[in-house]
Design a protein around this ligand. Structure first.
Ligand code: GUN
Length: 279
């Protein structure tokens, strides 16, 4: 029977560990503070931002909330980021993506000080990750590493196949798995014989954004399958990029959707925020 990797439980453990750390920090007179910036009224972004603020409250991190209208200009947002960069009270800055079309996301990401880049999206953070230097790690890939380690799933020397090459998940995931001494392959839309490549994987990480695309024909017997996808079905339930009814009889462990990778992203954001203070 395949084991369920319980992201909800593991993220709770991490948040409880952080809560203890923050309480000690506060006793010594330091209060971590995250600035959360939301532009516009995208319903999914509103939910994500609310969950992030709730996590801050649970752990004891102060959160400053900036909710700006859809019509906000790039200049106005850059001005706010600049103020937050200069504000000594603020340890971390989170600008929720996507941004309205008149704002260049890349410009905003680059404007955030690398010292406060708790999302780990700044080119300096990405570069540091790539050469194994200390820096903020992109939250979803860092959360997946924690899920594997805390579930005692060996990474060192294993074949890891990642499907998807986004800047936020696929690429940093590859770098982090490499740091853990896995042999890494990243597949994408131009990859030939994708099933054969996936079937080599001891750890298969799926981040393609296509609902239930990966079935048992992509999975080696006994593999661990990590699903980064999130889709809402017609009946309102959530599902991922993996067709688990098909995959569960073949794999040895898997992350469910919901309750797998999702809760870990927020836990690792909180971890980055606490790390930002420790530096
Ligand atoms: N939008 C979707 N996921 C994320 C995330 O991890 N960080 C930010 N800033 N925006 C997002």
């Amino acid at each position: 029977m395949a084991a369920i990797i319980n992201g909800k439980e593991i993220s709770k453990q991490i948040k409880d560990e952080l809560k203890e750390k923050v309480s000690k920090m506060k006793a010594s007179g330091v209060e971590p503070c995250l600035a959360v910036v939301l532009v516009g009224e995208d319903p999914a972004s509103q939910v994500y931002v609310k969950n992030k603020k709730n996590a801050c409250e649970y752990i004891g991190i102060k959160s400053l909330s900036y909710e700006l209208p859809e019509s906000t200009s790039e200049e106005e947002l850059l001005k706010l980021v600049d103020e937050l960069n200069k504000n000594d009270e603020v340890n971390g800055i989170l600008v929720q993506l996507p941004l309205p079309k008149q704002i260049d996301e890349d410009k905003i990401i680059r404007a955030i000080s690398p010292d406060k880049d708790v999302d780990g999206f700044h080119p300096e953070s990405v570069g540091r990750l790539s050469i194994g230097e200390k820096g903020f790690k992109s939250c979803t890939p860092a959360g997946i590493i924690e899920l594997l380690k805390r579930s005692n799933i060996e990474i060192d020397g294993k074949e890891c196949v990642i499907i998807g090459r986004s800047n936020i998940v696929g690429k940093p995931m590859g770098m982090l798995m490499l740091r853990e001494n896995a042999t890494v392959t990243i597949c994408h839309s131009h990859t030939k014989n994708i099933k054969e490549v996936c079937k080599r994987a001891d750890i298969l990480i799926v981040a393609i954004g296509k609902r239930e695309m990966i079935d048992a024909s992509y999975v080696k017997e006994g593999a661990t399958v990590i699903d980064v996808g999130m889709h809402r079905k017609e009946d309102g339930h959530l599902t991922g990029d993996v067709d688990f009814e098909s995959v569960i009889p073949v794999c040895s462990a898997y992350t469910p959707v919901p309750g797998g990778v999702g809760p870990m992203t927020i836990a690792m954001l909180m971890n980055n925020c606490v790390e930002s203070v420790e530096r």
